[in-house]
Design a protein around this ligand. Structure first.
Ligand code: DGJ
Length: 511
C-alpha cells in the first residue's frame, strides 16, 4: 500500500547473493499490472483502476511519454505524471513509471516531433545500405543530451511530488531498447568507432584481451558493439535522472528466444537490447541501472524457467516487468518467487477483452483476468511472508509443464507435486505448487490444480516418515490463522489444492 509521508526511500538490497526490493522499509514483492501503451492519459486513467483492483495488484506500471512531457523543447508538462501518481494514491497502489524516451520497442515513436523531424541534429541509426532507420542512433550527442534533460526534469519533478511519500517505487529507463532494422549503426561516425579498439573500460571489466571489436568478439562483434553503445547511452540518461532523484532504475529487454542461434539479430529480436547474450556488456556499461528484466511472451514452462534463471544472477535481481496476459502465464509469479525474484507484472491489464469504456465495468467484464486474480489474491494475502521467504531463498516452485521441477528437495525432505487437471486442453497447463521452508520439518505450501506428497530424500535404514500435522489457514495482517486441521482422506493420498487454491502449513516427522 502507498504509505503516508516520511517513508523510507525504495531500494534494492543484496545479501549473500540474494535480492529483496525494500519499499517503506520492508521486502516488497511486486504484484504488478502494466496498462496499455496509450492508457496513461488523464482522460483514460479512470478506466484502468478497476482492472488493477480486480486482480489485487499492488503496483501499476504506467508509461510517461516524452512526446507529451516535452512537446515543445525545454517546456515540460507534468499533467499526465501528476494524474498517474495522484490517482494511484487514491487507489492505494504503488507506481512504476516507464520512460518512453529515445527507445520504445526498438523504435523512436515516442520522441517529440521536434526530434522526429530533425534527422540532422538527432541522427537516425543508419543500416548497412546507408538507409535511415526507424531508430535513433545511440551515438547522437544532441539526442542523448535532450533525453537526459527531459528525464532529469521528470525525476526532479517526481522528487518534489513524491519524495516524501514514495508512491513511485521504481522507474524503467526507455522501453525495449535496441534496433530492429540493422544489427548496428553503419553511419560514418559509428563505423569509425566499430573499426577502433574496444573501450578500455569494457576490456577491463570483462577481463578480455585488448583489440578491435572484431578481434575481441568475432562473429558477435556487431551485436556487442551495438549493446555497448545503447547501454552507455541509457547509463547516461539514468545517471542524469538519479542525480535529481535516485530511485531504483531498470531496463526491460525484448528477449531472445532461448532457441535463437547467435548472432541472430535483428531478425528475431532487437540488436543491442539487453538480451541474455549481452548481459555482461550491459552490466559493465550501465552501472546506474539497478537491474535488467526480461519481457516474457513466449510459451512453455521449461523455457520460462530458463529465461528467468538467465536474468537471475549475483549481479542482477530478477524482476519480470512484462508478462503475457494469456491464462497459462498466470502461474509465473510463483516461478519468480521460486527463483528468488522481486516481482512480476502482467502486461496490458486494462483492456484484456474488457470494455472498460462502458462504465462501470463488472466482474464479468474481466473474465480473462480471472486466472491472474486467482494468483494475485492468494499471493497478496501473504505478501509480507512470501517477500521475506523469497529473500531468504526458502521458496521452490513446481510447474505442470516442467517435469524437472516436480520434486522439490528441502534438506532431508522431498516434496513431490502432481500437477494439472484431467480436463485441461492440450498445451494449457494450469497446475502450480509453491513450497517454502518455515523450519527444518515445516513447510508453507500453496498452489492450484495440484496435489502434494512427501518423502525422505535419503531415508536411513528403518527410517520412515509421517505427517505430524497439516493446518489449513489464512494469513491475516501477517498472522497465520488456522481454519482447520486436514487429515484422513484429505491427507492419506496426498493433499489436494483444488482450483480455488489453499494455504497449508505442513509439519513432517520420522519414526
Ligand atoms: C512489449 C512492449 O514493451 C510493450 O510496450 C507492448 O508493446 C507489448 N510488447 C505488446 O505486446
Amino acid at each position: 500500500m502507498a504509505n503516508a509521508a516520511g517513508s523510507e526511500m525504495p531500494r534494492l538490497v543484496q545479501e549473500q547473493g540474494r535480492y529483496a526490493f525494500y519499499v517503506d522499509g520492508q521486502p516488497y514483492f511486486i504484484l504488478g499490472g502494466q496498462i496499455h501503451n496509450s492508457s496513461a492519459w488523464p482522460a483514460v486513467l479512470p478506466q484502468v483502476w478497476p482492472a488493477l483492483e480486480f486482480i489485487h495488484a499492488n503496483t501499476i506500471e504506467a508509461p510517461v511519454y516524452w512526446e507529451q512531457l516535452e512537446a515543445q523543447p525545454g517546456k515540460f508538462d507534468f499533467t499526465n505524471v501528476d494524474a498517474i501518481v495522484q490517482q494511484a494514491r487514491e487507489h492505494k497502489l504503488h507506481v512504476i513509471l516507464l520512460w518512453f524516451g529515445t527507445w520504445k520497442n526498438a523504435r523512436c515513436h515516442y520522441v517529440p516531433e521536434w526530434i522526429k523531424s530533425d534527422t540532422v541534429r538527432y541522427p537516425r541509426l543508419v543500416d548497412a545500405n546507408a538507409r535511415l532507420t526507424d531508430s535513433l542512433s545511440p551515438y547522437g550527442t544532441a539526442t542523448l543530451e535532450a533525453d537526459q534533460r527531459a528525464f532529469a526534469a521528470l525525476m526532479r519533478h517526481l522528487k518534489e511530488l513524491d519524495g516524501a511519500q514514495h508512491t513511485v517505487i521504481m522507474v524503467q529507463v526507455e522501453n525495449e531498447s535496441g534496433s530492429l532494422d540493422s544489427v548496428r549503426d553503419f553511419s560514418p561516425a559509428a563505423q569509425k568507432l566499430f573499426s577502433g579498439a574496444v573501450p578500455e573500460e569494457l576490456i577491463h571489466k570483462l577481463k578480455l584481451q585488448p583489440g578491435t571489436w572484431e578481434q575481441v568478439f568475432g562473429n558477435s562483434a556487431a551485436e556487442k558493439s551495438q549493446a555497448y553503445a545503447v547501454a552507455r547511452y541509457i547509463e547516461r540518461v539514468a545517471a542524469a535522472g538519479k542525480a535529481e532523484y535516485p530511485l531504483p532504475m531498470y531496463v526491460n529487454a525484448w528477449i531472445r528466444s532461448p532457441d535463437d542461434v547467435e548472432p541472430d539479430p535483428p531478425r528475431s529480436y532487437p540488436s543491442g537490447g539487453a538480451t541474455d547474450v549481452v548481459l555482461d556488456v550491459w552490466k559493465a556499461a550501465a552501472p546506474s541501472i539497478d537491474l535488467i528484466g526480461p519481457d516474457i511472451y513466449g510459451k512453455g514452462d521449461t523455457a520460462y524457467r530458463r529465461i528467468i534463471s538467465a536474468y537471475h544472477r549475483p549481479d542482477n535481481a530478477l524482476f519480470v516487468p512484462e508478462d503475457n496476459n494469456l491464462p497459462v502465464f498466470a502461474r509465473y509469479p510463483f516461478s519468480v518467487l521460486g527463483e528468488g525474484g522481486i516481482g512480476w507484472t502482467v502486461w496490458g491489464v486494462d483492456h484484456v477483452n474488457t470494455r472498460t469504456d462502458i462504465e462501470p465495468p463488472t466482474a464479468a467484464a474481466f473474465s480473462e483476468l480471472v486466472p491472474f486474480e486467482r494468483t494475485f489474491r492468494l499471493l497478496a494475502s501473504m505478501h509480507d511472508e512470501i517477500s521475506r521467504l523469497s529473500f531468504a531463498g526458502k521458496i521452490k516452485t513446481a510447474l505442470e509443464g516442467d517435469p524437472s521441477s516436480h520434486t522439490m528437495e528441502f534438506g532431508r525432505w522431498k516434496l513431490i507435486a502432481a500437477l494439472g487437471r484431467s480436463n485441461n486442453p492440450p498445451n494449457q497447463p494450469s497446475g502450480v505448487l509453491m513450497a517454502a521452508e518455515l523450519g527444518p520439518d515445516e513447510f508453507l505450501v500453496t498452489g492450484f490444480d495440484a496435489r502434494i506428497g512427501f518423502a525422505l530424500a535419503h531415508p536411513g535404514p528403518n527410517e520412515r516418515w509421517q505427517i505430524m500435522k497439516v493446518e489449513e489457514g489464512v494469513y491475516e495482517n501477517g498472522a497465520w490463522k488456522v481454519k482447520r486441521l486436514l487429515n484422513g482422506d484429505e491427507c492419506d493420498f496426498g493433499v489436494d489444492f483444488g482450483d480455488a487454491g489453499r494455504i497449508l502449513h505442513v509439519k513432517l516427522g520420522t519414526y
